[in-house]
Structures are given as structure tokens and as C-alpha cells.
Write a protein that binds this ligand. Sequence first.
Ligand SMILES: NC(=O)c1ccc[n+]([C@@H]2O[C@H](COP(=O)([O-])OP(=O)(O)OC[C@H]3O[C@@H](n4cnc5c(N)ncnc54)[C@H](O)[C@@H]3O)[C@@H](O)[C@H]2O)c1
Length: 269
Amino acid sequence: MVLGVIGCGKMGSALVTGAVRSGVIKPEAVYGMDTIPAAVSHFTAETGAHACDSLVQLAAACDTFLLATKPQDVGPVLKDLAQALQSKPALVISIAAGLKISTLESYLPENVRVIRTMPNTPALVGQGASAFSPGSRATAADSVATSALLSSVGLALEVKESLLDAVTGLSGSGPAYGFLMIEALSDAGVRCGLPRAEATQLAAQTLLGAATMVLQTGMHPGALKDMVTSPGGTTIAGLAALEKNGLRFALIDAVTCATERSIELSNPS
Ligand SMILES: NC(=O)c1ccc[n+]([C@@H]2O[C@H](COP(=O)([O-])OP(=O)(O)OC[C@H]3O[C@@H](n4cnc5c(N)ncnc54)[C@H](O)[C@@H]3O)[C@@H](O)[C@H]2O)c1
């Protein structure tokens, strides 16, 4: 694979940095292109990849493209890419939020395969949770390549495209729910006498530890919760307060509302 990155911003850089670090791709097999020269310089310095001045140059050098511009910039980029690729077989991996496979494919000729992905912000620190859906022309090898790229910065799951709105509501928007919970736990620690810095560190590491236990043990989170809840103890007192205040439903409602909003945004009337 020779990867062309269109849009060398935060996400494009994070994905390539992860892929290079984990050995999924060699830096000499990556080319970056951006309308802002400083973004390309930063990208090449960080990843060791080559710089490209134009989409035409990028299209000539690469067979796989990471579409990492903002969604509103995608249309003109794909029009130019379609022209530059002409009949050359290629794969376009889009990380642009909300842009459907049918829309992406409508810009591109038959010889270009598409995969749509939904990464999340913790990919920037190698702890992302991503999902991806292959387009109508994509092959099994395209899914394997996309999975390898996304897995280099965290978890990557293949899902049907119809589930990507739910992915957006859960893992796409989820980091903000986590930040809010960490902030609230930190406030609680301060209220109970802890200094702010220590309270925030303890809150963040506790959620990280709980998440790591779920992923590493494969146990049901309810079973893990039961294991740390002694009869008449402190944890059950805290859990009862959370249930009384509706935390469980608040989270269910948050994901549902975010999913509904994602559906609204990708179907403008
Ligand atoms: N940041 C996130 O957490 C996150 C999460 C999920 C999905 N995404 C998606 O990732 C994509 C990129 O987001 P980001 O946060 O990295 O944005 P960013 O602004 O950091 O990067 C986008 C880059 O694209 C460049 N660009 C704009 N027009 C271009 C063009 N015509 N040709 C080449 N480059 C062009 C910009 O100069 C910029 O450097 C977005 O579509 C977003 O929906 C981001």
C-alpha cells in the first residue's frame, strides 16, 4: 500500500503516526497533501512521510487515500481526485463525519473503492475506538487494510453502515461524556477535601482502570461491579446514589439523543 493523506490535520497526522509507529506502514510509503503548507511540514516532520504539492502528484504516487479533510471540504477534493485518478484502481478511506458511502461513491469512478470510517478523538493518543463500513466496491483486502490502519491507534470494528450513527452517538461523542464524568468526579473529590490536581488524576485513572479491566478480562461490567461491592460497604452506598440520580438512564439517553442528531445531520431536509 502507498498511502496518500488528503488533509494533514489532527486526525490524518494521528492515524499516520500510529500506523508508522506500529509498523503497519513505512513512512516512505506515505505521502501527505494539504492546502496549508505548514500542516504538511508538521505532518512530514512528525511522521517521516513525503510531502506532495498537489492532488495530481498525490494521485500519481499512491494507491490508497486517507480522506481527512473536514466534511464540508470533501466535495471539491473528491471531484479533483476522480479526475486525477481517471481509470487507476484505488481505495479511498474516508474519516469525514456524517458523509455516506453513497455520497462518497457518487463523486468517484467505478475503479475507486470506498471505505467509510468513524474514528474518535482518543485516536490522537493511541486509544481510539473506531468503526468502519466497506462501500459497495470495496474488497475483503480493503477491510483488512483499513482495520490495520485504525487498529494502530486503538480499537477498530467493522459494522454495517446503518450502524454508524449509533457508533457516532456512542464512541464518536463518547469521549465528551467521559470528560464530563471525570470533571464531575474531580469536583466530588474536591468537595470531599482532595486537592484539585490529585482529584482529577484519581478520577481519570479510575475510569481508565475500570475500562481496562472490562477490555482485558472480557467479563460483564455488572459482574466486575459486583466483585467490588461488599455488603453494607462504601461502594454500594455510592452506587445507590448513582441509581437514585438516574446516571444509568442519563447515559442511555445521551447516546440515543446523539445518535438521533447524527441521523438528522446526515439527512438534511
Ligand atoms: N478530530 C476528531 O476527533 C475527529 C473524530 C472523528 C472524525 N473526524 C473527522 O476527521 C476529519 C478531519 O478532522 P480533523 O480534526 O483532523 O481536522 P483538521 O482541521 O485538524 O484537519 C483537516 C485538514 O484538512 C486540510 N484541508 C482542507 N481543505 C483541503 C483540501 N482541499 N485539500 C487538502 N487538505 C485540505 C486543512 O487545511 C486541515 O489541515 C473531519 O472530517 C472530521 O469529521 C475527526
